[in-house]
Write a protein that binds this ligand. Structure first.
Ligand SMILES: Nc1ncnc2c1ncn2[C@@H]1O[C@H](COP(=O)(O)OP(=O)(O)OP(=O)(O)O)[C@@H](O)[C@H]1O
Ligand SMILES: [Mg+2]
Length: 389
């Protein structure tokens, strides 16, 4: 039997999504593979699932269904999009077509209209896939695997210096409509990355303890509602099952094909999960504070890394900087002989953490947000230089 048409539903109203799902569920040649409630979530989920057909509402809480359509069409040339709208207006239809939509339906569509639109779009998707696979087979640039995601690990030889805050804000700031970002919590006991994203769906690394493959992995990822960043959360409780450190390393390898950037937040400095992440990192961010213990530990860590993590891959981040604390950033830079990026001490950081908000989104002008955004530009530049080298 032919493969079913894989459909994704995008609407901010849960009831509408459920109604559409019900209309489609009895068709043996149609399978609803995913849903999204916002435009950004739609882009991220589509990138992950590569559906044949997307049924897309126009009015979404963040970016419009038309903008999401345009971004998805650029990214997934085979995927066909059917716009759902309450507007009967020609202007909307014209704009929907310009954005690359295949078809449009008035809300609520009848079952016949819906099924025939999905089948028509499904056929086009299949034809497009065949064209693409023929082109790929004959292309001299065809590459197996396509696992190109870059791993950025936030590591520190001392606790509480701002690793998790930095990881979350970095993940969000790195995102653009056509970049997929994954934030991974490698702090397997007491990991708090999902909490900082204010997303705790129950899916965690524990589900990968027995076995994992790309499909299982994709199901365990949580999508951050406001930004579409994907999260691989740490086990909910320290006694919960988890993969071995070796398996965790393999999981990171697999994640390289699911995202453009994988930001890893770490726990205790030399535990085996942290080491698995460091070994695979394209870039290592080391936040530290302006105190002698923190500075001494960074020096020891740099010596410990020696050749395993070359200096070109390291960015030092002086966090919670306050000139009243007495050691200047310039002195530290001379001491380490590695550029030191400064993020000031800022009351908006704990304030946003406590409200489940992400600083670079909700308080872009806060001093620490500015420091982080400046750092993100350096991160991009570093990765670009590496790619060119
Ligand atoms: N620039 C800053 N200004 C003020 N407070 C900050 C700043 N950066 C981080 N903090 C605060 O420092 C505390 C520790 O941050 P965070 O949890 O990110 O550290 P961590 O290194 O991940 O800790 P752990 O080692 O426990 O995982 C938090 O309360 C956070 O709000
Ligand atoms: Mg942390």
């Amino acid at each position: 039997m032919a493969q079913p048409i894989r459909v994704m539903i995008v609407d901010d109203v849960l009831e509408t999504r459920e109604n559409l799902r019900k209309l489609l569920q009895f068709e043996s040649n149609i399978e609803v593979v995913g849903e999204a409630a916002t435009g950004r979530e739609a882009i991220q989920t589509a990138k992950r699932l590569d559906p044949d057909v997307i049924i897309m509402d126009i009015h979404l809480p963040d970016i419009s269904g038309l903008e999401a359509t345009e971004a998805i069409r650029k990214m997934l040339p085979a995927t066909q999009i059917i716009i759902l709208t309450v507007q009967g207006d020609m202007e909307y239809m014209r704009r929907a077509m310009m954005a690359g939509a295949r078809d449009f339906l008035m809300k609520p569509p009848s079952i016949d209209e819906l099924l025939s639109a999905v089948r028509r779009a499904g056929e086009v998707a299949l034809e497009e896939r065949e064209k693409i696979s023929t082109a790929r087979d004959t292309s001299p640039l065809a590459q197996p695997g396509g696992a190109t995601g870059r791993i950025i690990t936030v590591f520190a030889p001392k606790g509480g210096v701002g690793k998790s805050v930095l990881a979350v804000n970095l993940a969000v700031a790195l995102q653009t409509p056509d970049t997929t970002i994954l934030a991974v919590d490698a702090k397997w006991a007491f990991g708090d990355l999902a909490l900082l994203f204010n997303e705790q769906s129950g899916h965690t690394l524990s589900e990968l303890a027995e076995e994992f493959d790309q499909d299982i992995l994709a199901r365990v990822l949580i999508t951050h509602k406001d930004t579409g960043v994907q999260i691989l959360a740490a086990p909910a409780r320290p006694e919960d099952a988890r993969p071995t450190a070796e398996a965790f390393g393999e999981i990171l390898n697999l994640l390289r094909s699911l995202a453009d950037y994988i930001v890893v937040d770490t726990g205790p400095p030399l535990d085996t999960y942290t080491l698995a992440a460091l070994e695979r990192s394209d870039l290592v961010l080391i936040p530290f504070e302006q105190d002698v213990v923190s500075v001494r530990n960074v020096r020891l860590a740099l010596e410990f890394f020696a050749n395993d993590v070359p200096r070109e891959k390291i960015l030092l981040v002086l966090n919670k900087f306050d000139k009243k604390k007495g050691i200047s950033a310039e002195r530290l830079q001379q001491f380490f002989r590695i550029p030191v990026h400064v993020i000031p001490e800022d009351k908006w950081v704990p304030h946003s953490v406590n409200r489940g908000e992400i600083l670079v989104r909700t308080r872009r002008n806060a001093p620490a947000a500015q420091g982080i955004l400046h750092l993100v530009r350096q991160v991009r530049q570093r990765l670009l230089q590496q790619a060119e080298a």
